[in-house]
Design a protein around this ligand. Structure first.
Ligand code: ITT
Length: 183
């Protein structure tokens, strides 16, 4: 089975291909407008809907889109769905102007699936941890600032550990189980 992944981030596609090993995952880099919403589930669903409407996809197409972010508990989940603009406009390290090291936070991912013969669905994943002074060069985005619960290395220091224990990994495994059950 072929699944299109609507994203500009090729790392997300590579990760999905590793998990969805029975499928062929192909990147579809179509511009979408992210609605202003506090819900990554809603944003991921909106991304697939926009791509289905915009693209000339066949009726048999399976399509996924991901929305993800870092949610700081004491900031009511900020930056959350605004993680990408906060980093590009202000800089991710500036999160430490808003909270002290040790602040509870979580990474969350939502992956929306469009199927040809049914309702769109969302699969989610979450990893709890805390914000620390940046450590490590690995991973991307906020990885150096995130210390997952039960580990003494940030995701920037230990990207291999992250790969197997991430919010996106959890959502992708649920997606894989759903596809295996239904198709
Ligand atoms: P697409 O929207 O095209 O899929 P993107 O990279 O812009 O790609 P998002 O809109 O989901 O993805 O933005 C998520 C932002 O949250 C991303 O730019 C990072 O700053 C941060 N983020 C999400 N997942 C992350 C992870 O696993 N590690 C580090 N930062 C992450």
């Amino acid at each position: 089975m072929k699944i299109y992944f609507a994203t500009g981030n090729s790392g997300k596609v590579e990760h999905a291909q590793n998990i969805l090993s029975e499928c062929e995952v192909e990147q579809l880099d179509v511009e979408t407008v992210e609605p202003q919403s506090g819900s990554i589930e809603e944003i991921a669903l909106s991304k697939v809907k926009q791509v289905v409407e915009k693209s000339d996809l066949e009726d048999s197409t399976f399509l996924i889109a991901d929305d993800s972010g870092l949610f700081v508990d004491s900031l009511n989940g900020f930056p959350g769905p605004l993680s990408s603009p906060f980093d590009s406009m202000v800089g991710k390290e500036r999160l430490l102007d808003l909270v002290d090291p040790g602040a509870d936070a979580k990474f969350r991912a939502a992956i929306a699936l469009h199927v040809p013969d049914g309702e769109d669905r969302v699969f989610t994943g979450k990893v709890e941890g805390e914000i620390v002074e940046p450590r490590g060069e690995g991973g991307f985005g906020y990885d150096p600032l995130f210390l997952p619960e039960g580990n003494d290395k940030t995701w920037g220091e230990d990207p291999e550990f992250k790969d197997e224990n991430s919010h996106r990994e959890e959502a992708l495994i649920q997606l894989k189980e759903f596809i295996e059950r239904k198709y």
